[in-house]
Every structure is written in structure tokens, then in C-alpha cells.
Design a protein around this ligand. Structure first.
Ligand code: AMP
Ligand code: ZN
Length: 411
């Protein structure tokens, strides 16, 4: 059965075929480790996990890279504001590396509790300064980047087309004056690939342009290239990455290698709170730990994510996750009842369920539909270990640790 995935680049659902053999080379933009990741961030990683699992279910091998951003992500996604790591370091009166280590560890603890598969390669930006510097040098040599008093900027007018991913109309945006005016830039949408460090900046490295540090977008271009090659299969991230981060990553990679790095670009929609933005200033940002304190298991949050397709907005409410917690317990009970059942189910019936489930997940990861099929099996009057076995197979995609259902119910 064909696997269909929606590609932001072509704005269509396409039949997925790996570029080479049976292995899927994939890159995911990972967390910026300056504070605890919130449940909105984790919606993005639940999506990543679904994609990993669906690819594996379809028999593909994975070479999946995720970066850890520990330098260069400024307060805005573009070139404005302070480096988020430096700001956190000053606020907490700690070394930025200490900050990064602490929040990276917390991130992976939450990932584990959400039963999210770890990418085969986890790459820290600060471990790849050499590769990034090489990348900048190539851009400068090829005439795609130039020096200003602030750093090295990418010249978007050198490309045949910019932007390619978003629909944004650059002229309109310029007319709306949404970009900062920097007299030294050749085009308003030129962006920093390498930034000269102000005196009090802690994270900085030697370079032909003095002590400096990488721009955020650069790490993904350089690390994607290092581990996956000039072109690979899939690149994922949140929708907020489309207009700036991914657009600029594509620009840099086209400048360096001549290619758009990934064939398929996939983006997950936002988790909202009360129909609006989740933001620290509004006090409506929750962490996995905060949900746990309120009696909501991380896996219940994962199940809650399946109530909407990844390309639609999902509204977070405590009523919603409380229902998901109850549903998770019912799912576990239903699985155990089948496991302890004595009846036999005909092969045709099992195959029919399986076919419908496969169609759902292969239709651009339609998890709400896949879950509705799982519930049909759970509620089936016939109680049979054959159904339990099928549910366990399906759990390899939904990742709710059904294998340990009894333990959860007893604890
Ligand atoms: P960051 O740590 O800020 O670089 O973000 C990590 C990931 O979370 C990125 O893929 C973002 O696009 C994604 N993200 C941030 N906020 C949300 C949200 N409210 N809902 C879904 N994904 C989000
Ligand atoms: Zn990235």
C-alpha cells in the first residue's frame, strides 16, 4: 500500500518513495534548550514519533537526525534580539553549557515518558562549529554571502527563487516594513549566517571574521549535510519554521550544494490554548511535569494529540486531556479484556481491520481515523487474544505502550 505524505514544498499529498533503496534519511529540527520544553513543543515531537513509526511500519529503515540548538537561536526567529541561550545563562547566573545540559536532559526524560523514539543521530550545534564554519566559507567563496560589520549575510538575490517554501510575498512584506532596516544589507531579507560576537558574548569561536558564532539556520544546513548528504528524503518541523528557518535553510543549502536539501518537507500545526497562542507571558504554557502533577500521564497527552490531524490546529484544555486520560485507561482495559478472552476471530475480520488501519496511517498520518478503528476493535463484543495481538501490532504506530497495559492498571 502506498504511503502518502503532504509536502509543504509542492503543497500536495504525494506518494512517498525513498531516494535510495529502503532507507529513509530524515531530519527534524529539535529543541532550543534554554528552558523546559512545553506541551506545544511536544505536539511536534509526537508527530515526529508517528512519522518514524509509520515509516518503520511500512518496512523502511531509518536514518534520522535531530539537532539540539544550544547556540545561535535569537529571540526572534530572524536576526533580532539576544541569543536565547545567553539570555537564559544570564538570568539563571549559569554557564550556557550548563543550561544546555540541564534542559537537554529534561527534554529527553519527557521524550522517554511520552514513548517517543529517539532519532538515530542527535547532534548538538556546538559540536559542529567546524562544519558550520566550512559551510560559511563555501557560501562566501561562491559569492552567496558577504561581510558586514555585524557578521556574514546570505545574499538572497543570488538565488533563482526566494522564497520557495512559503507563500510570503517579499515585496508586500517590505512595503509593510516588517523587516529591520539595516543599511549594510544588500536586500532587506538577507539574513545572518555567521554573527560577530559582541564583547560580553559568552559563546564565541575563532573565525576569519574574528570571534563570532553561527546563525540559527546554519546548524540545520550543516548538520543535515554532514549526516544525510546533500539531498535526503524528509525534513520536519513546526509550521512556525516555514517562513524563516526552513526558507533560509533551503537558501543556504542551495547556495552551498545547488540543491534543496530535502525532497519532502512536513510541518506540524500548533497546539493552542483556549483558542489562542501558548505563551509564557499569558501564563498558559504547560510542561509535561505540570500535567503529571494534575494526574495526567504523558501518554494521555500523546493520546490527546491523536484527536486532531497533525496539519490542523489542536486546542488544549484540561477537560480534553482529562478525557484522554480516561480514554487511555479504557484502552488499556479493553486490550486486557481481549488478552484474557477465549474466542477466536476469523482471519478475514482481522485483515479487514488491519487494512483500514493501514489506509488511515498511510493517508498522511491520519491518526484520528486510525484511533477510531482501534476503538472499534477494543469495543468488539467478541473478546479474543487475536484482537489483542492486532492491537499490539497497531501500538507499534501509536506508541502507547499497550504491552504494559496491565502494569499501568495495577499501579
Ligand atoms: P523550539 O524549541 O522553540 O526551537 O521549538 C521546538 C519545536 O516545537 C519546533 O518544531 C516548533 O515549531 C515546535 N512548536 C513550538 N510551539 C509549538 C506549539 N504551540 N505547537 C506545536 N509545535 C510547536
Ligand atoms: Zn532547523
Amino acid at each position: 500500500m502506498d504511503l502518502k505524505l503532504f509536502n509543504t514544498l509542492t503543497k500536495t499529498e504525494e506518494v512517498f518513495r525513498p531516494l535510495e533503496g529502503n532507507a529513509v534519511r530524515m531530519y527534524t529540527c529539535g529543541p532550543t534548550v534554554y528552558s523546559y520544553a512545553h506541551i506545544g513543543n511536544f505536539r511536534a515531537y509526537v508527530f515526529m514519533d508517528n512519522l518514524r513509526r509509520v515509516l518503520k511500519y511500512n518496512g523502511y529503515e531509518l536514518k534520522h537526525v535531530m539537532n539540539i540548538t544550544d547556540v545561535g537561536h535569537l529571540e526572534s526567529d530572524a536576526d533580532e534580539g539576544e541569543d536565547k541561550m545567553e539570555k537564559a545563562a544570564r538570568k539563571e547566573n549559569k554557564d550556557p553549557y550548563e543550561i544546555a545540559a540541564h534542559y537537554t536532559q529534561a527534554f529527553f526524560k519527557d521524550m522517554e515518558e511520552l514513548n517517543i523514539g529517539k532519532p538515530e543521530v542527535v547532534a548538538k550545534a556546538t559540536d559542529h562549529i567546524k562544519e558550520m564554519l566550512e559551510f560559511v566559507k563555501i557560501l562566501v567563496q561562491k559569492g552567496y554571502a558577504y561581510e558586514t560589520s555585524k557578521g556574514i549575510y546570505f545574499d538572497i538575490s543570488k538565488l533563482d527563487k526566494y522564497p520557495v517554501l512559503s507563500n510570503r510575498n517579499i515585496d508586500e512584506q517590505i512595503a509593510g516594513a516588517r523587516v529591520d532596516v539595516d543599511e549594510e544589507k544588500k536586500n532587506p531579507y538577507d539574513f545572518a549566517v555567521w554573527i560577530k560576537a559582541p564583547k560580553n558574548h559568552i559563546m564565541k569561536w575563532d573565525s576569519p571574521w574574528g570571534l563570532s558564532y553561527p546563525g540559527w539556520h546554519l546548524e540545520c544546513s550543516a548538520m543535515g549535510r554532514k549526516y544525510l548528504g546533500d539531498t535526503f528524503d524528509i525534513h520536519t518541523g513546526g509550521i512556525d519554521h516555514i517562513p524563516t528557518h526552513h526558507e533560509n535553510e533551503i537558501a543556504q543549502s542551495k547556495g552551498c550544494t545547488g540543491n534543496i536539501p530535502a525532497k519532502t518537507w512536513m510541518h506540524v500545526e500548533f497546539l493552542q490554548v483556549d483558542g489562542g497562542k501558548m505563551s509564557k507571558s499569558l501564563g498558559n504554557v504547560y510542561t509535561i511535569n505540570e500535567l503529571k502533577e494534575k494526574g495526567i500521564e504523558p501518554l494521555a497527552f500523546k493520546l490527546f494529540c491523536y484527536t486532531a490531524h497533525y496539519r490542523t490546529k489542536l486546542n488544549f484544555t484540561f477537560d480534553g486531556v482529562t478525557s484522554a486520560q480516561k480514554a487511555l485507561n479504557r484502552l488499556r482495559q479493553g486490550y486486557v479484556k481481549h488478552l484474557e478472552g477465549t474466542e477466536i476471530v476469523e482471519e478475514d475480520k482481522l485483515q479487514e481491520y488491519e487494512k483500514r488501519f493501514n489506509e488511515a496511517i498511510n493517508s498522511d498520518l491520519n491518526m484520528p481515523l486510525a484511533m477510531s478503528i482501534i476503538w472499534e476493535i477494543v469495543r468488539n463484543e467478541v473478546k479474543s487474544p487475536d484482537f489483542a495481538k492486532l492491537l499490539l501490532k497497531m501500538d507499534s504506530v501509536i506508541g502507547l505502550d499497550l504491552e504494559n497495559a496491565k502494569k499501568y492498571l495495577e499501579s
